[in-house]
Design a protein around this ligand. Structure first.
Ligand SMILES: Nc1ncnc2c1ncn2[C@@H]1O[C@H](COP(=O)(O)OP(=O)(O)OP(=O)(O)O)[C@@H](O)[C@H]1O
Ligand SMILES: [Mg+2]
Length: 497
């Protein structure tokens, strides 16, 4: 269906792709994996006409094609769900789904979209403003938009990084269905087990080169896939140690907001506490009150510094780090150099008199963080030039640079590769072991089971269970427990604490 050979792409001194190739067959799902910065998204951008390769050829159904722009690629039947979400926050769902449509009325568009939205389980109303939707819904929206183009070749660059497991399962089914109907699908993900399950073939990129090409997934092991990606076997994980420190703790007492009902919790120094729940269950609303973005209508939040957060700025000054997987909206100044991003938080704190600290020491600090996080790129490049995973590490780095007294992590390893994920986990453990309370929410339940000392389950704005040594299944069961119950039953005190 589509064959790309000899693809090479340089960005200044960086070789993003080096004689890479891939062959997509209709009716098949092809997995593409590789470490952060391996060149996956660059390959995708070439396939959808956003980037021109320095060398290489692409043929579609044996005809050489020149994918010189996105429209041309679309005309050849290529639809892409990009890694960095491309939804328009100011527009409503329907306008996002049909960006080029000026002809059909809204009612007609809604009718056309309905089956696709239903299939993927996107329940957002068609007239909702997209900027108000949770990240997971925006990701589903982007997938729906690609499907509505009725492509012959569908490219999904990290489509599940923000999705809860139920949505991943639905998407998987949809992809299987599309392949059955004859589409060629390219599926990129750091969730290697997902790739092995969904894809019939898999290609591995390392430093821009294809080191394993179109191998049948039934004939490779997960271990050999990882080795091909890294060029070496993966180091074993370090288990989280029991908290030992006795520094200051975080306290929430009977916190009530429109989304929370009398939530009380304590995270002691050195403790990694997981917060889990279905979408809208309240676990993320807790972050909003701790970082001063929302104010409780009643109840009390006391930060480790002893203060109550009045605003985001003030919470940050009191040592709250808020590390979000929504790096575009909350994490990065994409047009500013990487080094500036890496020092942004601390500079904000230090420069309260209005004057920024001098450039040289900031650049030196940025270099230290970059080395620690293994962000290998040129730090003078704009953050937008980093691979998705390295962008996420930059978000983490800028908060670590500010020496926080409390860390709030919301999907901290979104889009981060296997090795970097372990490294980020080690950094989170270090942060806790050096005496900070850490709260973490994650759409990746395995992450919670690996990292947390205990996990608090949220339902309907309340903590309904507290689990220690839980498996992924335990968490999932607790999050979904009692869902047949009507939601307007009297809200009692937490059932199990
Ligand atoms: N516009 C750009 N300018 C400079 N360098 C770039 C640009 N775009 C990508 N790069 C570099 O090219 C390399 C490949 O990046 P790419 O985004 O393709 O990686 P990736 O495999 O998608 O990684 P990830 O898993 O983190 O998304 C990286 O070193 C990246 O920094
Ligand atoms: Mg990428």
């Amino acid at each position: 269906m589509l064959t790309a050979t000899g693809l090479t792409k340089h960005f200044g001194g960086v070789v993003a792709l080096d004689d890479a190739g891939i062959e997509l067959v209709s009716g098949q799902v092809h997995g593409l994996v590789g470490e952060n910065g391996a060149g996956k998204s660059t390959l995708v951008k070439i396939l959808c006409g956003v980037l021109r390769p320095d060398a290489g050829t692409i043929t579609i159904e044996n005809h050489p094609v020149r994918l010189t722009d996105a429209r041309r690629a679309a005309a050849h039947g290529v639809a892409v769900v990009s890694q960095e979400l491309m939804t328009f926050g100011d527009l409503i769902v329907l306008e996002n789904l049909f960006p080029h449509n000026r002809m059909a009325g809204k009612r007609e568009l809604a009718r056309r979209a309905a089956p696709v939205l239903a299939e993927l389980g996107l329940s957002a109303p068609p007239h909702a403003r997209v900027g108000t939707l949770p990240l997971a819904d925006r990701q589903l929206l982007e997938i729906c938009r690609a499907l509505l183009q009725e492509p012959r070749i569908l490219v999904l660059d990290e489509p599940t990084s923000t999705l809860p497991r139920e949505a991943v399962a639905r998407l998987e089914q949809t992809i299987r269905g599309l392949a059955k109907r004859g589409l060629a699908v390219l599926y990129i993900s750091h969730y290697l087990e997902d790739v092995m399950r969904i894809a019939q073939r898999v290609t591995v990129l390392r430093n821009g080169r294809t080191v394993l090409t179109g191998r049948e997934t039934t004939k490779v092991s997960l271990g050999s896939l990882v080795e091909a990606m890294l060029g070496e076997a993966i180091p074993p994980t370090t288990p989280t140690r029991r908290p030992t420190s006795n520094g200051p703790a975080l306290h929430l007492t009977d916190v009530t907001t429109p989304h929370l009902h009398k939530v009380s919790l304590t995270a002691t120094a050195g403790e990694i506490v997981g917060l889990a729940g279905l979408q809208g269950a309240g676990h993320l609303a807790v972050f909003d009150v701790i970082c001063g973005r929302k104010h409780p209508t009643s109840g009390q939040v006391t930060l480790p510094s002893g203060t109550t957060p009045r605003s985001f700025r003030q919470a940050v000054a009191a040592g709250v780090a808020y590390i979000s997987g929504d790096r575009k909206a909350r994490g990065l100044m994409l047009d500013r150099p990487v080094w500036e991003n890496l020092t942004a938080v601390r500079s904000l704190g230090l420069g309260r008199d209005g004057a920024l600290p001098p450039r040289r020491p900031r650049q030196a600090r940025a270099q230290t963080q970059a080395t620690k996080l293994r962000i290998s790129s040129d730090l003078t490049l704009p953050a937008s030039a980093l691979s998705g995973g390295n962008q996420q590490k930059t978000v983490l780095g800028k908060w670590l640079d500010a020496a926080p007294t409390l860390a709030l992590l919301d999907d901290p390893t979104r889009g981060v590769d296997v090795r970097a994920r372990l490294e980020v986990h080690d950094l989170i453990r270090d942060l806790a072991e050096s005496g900070r309370p850490v709260l973490i929410a994650s759409s990746d339940l395995t992450e919670l089971t690996e990292l947390c000392h205990r996990v608090l389950i949220f339902q309907h704005g309340q903590i309904t269970a507290e689990l220690t040594d839980a498996t992924e299944q335990d968490l999932s069961l607790a999050m979904n427990a009692g869902f047949a119950r009507p939601t307007n039953t009297k809200r009692n005190a937490p059932r199990q604490r």
